[in-house]
Design a protein around this ligand. Sequence first.
Ligand code: MN
Length: 207
Amino acid sequence: MKITKIKGDITPEIASSFKNSIAIDTEATGLQIPERDKLSLIQICDEMENVFIIQPDKSNYKAPNLVSVLENDKILKIGHFLRFDKNALEYFLKCKLKNIFDTKIASKIVRTYTDMHGLKNLVQEFCNKSIDKRQGSSDWNKDIDELSDKQLQYAANDVIYLHKIKDNLEKMLIREKRIEIFNRCLEFLDTRVELDQKGFKEDIFEH
Ligand code: MN
């Protein structure tokens, strides 16, 4: 694994190096987006395990090269609990996240033998590795050059296992004949995020 730190936007060369799929995650100052919190970091891992940690310019959030990748519907974006990241990316970068695979939704639909659907649980089951999630709550607004190696490693850990997890979950979804309902859940994510943005945080289907 190689980590590249980037300020502002990815170069056109990096953007065009992404082919079929990328894994993506974001870090923010908190969970209340957009009312209180801001998008701090965007982590991307390509199919060759190159990791890019991008610190957007918070004065304008201009990142046209990154946006071109997010909006490219030929490049699959793999994420865990994209409800959060999609909201943050679309709100701050003013874009539309197209062609997605959510490992948390996939897990909930196909791993019915457990109620443990955290990234840590999936990394353990499919990659046989134990990741430390404690570093998650930290100051991601520091200048990217001041982030500690521990923080960088944590940020990278959130994306490097996602391709493998996705491959496993997709096989299970096909095997259990739940791939179509999974795909329809992904289509609904647009609406779910819009509900979040309009202040409907609860499950509107619940009694
Ligand atoms: Mn993360």
